[in-house]
Design a binder for this molecule. Structure first.
Ligand code: F3S
Length: 70
């Protein structure tokens, strides 16, 4: 009950391919090095979860993780 979905980027894995913030600019931004970062705390809603999953599937470095927390 009350599960919260969050998205995170592993900064050690990200190589700045930029697909995440191209696909889902409402969820991801980029830093001064051009690496992807999550906007805010990365909480996902029913409206944004599919977009986050699409970005995750398109990251060549598999640097995006979607986590469930209660
Ligand atoms: Fe990095 Fe993957 Fe986005 S490599 S910039 S998290 S598409």
């Amino acid at each position: 009950m009350g599960r919260i979905m969050k998205v995170v980027i592993d900064a050690d894995l990200c190589q700045g391919h930029g697909r995440c913030f191209s696909i889902a600019p409402i969820i991801f931004d980029f830093d001064e090095l051009g690496n992807g970062v999550v906007i805010g705390v990365g909480s996902l809603t029913p409206e944004t979860i599919d977009l986050a999953r699409l970005a995750q599937a398109n990251c060549p470095e598999h640097a995006i993780f979607i986590e469930e927390s209660s």
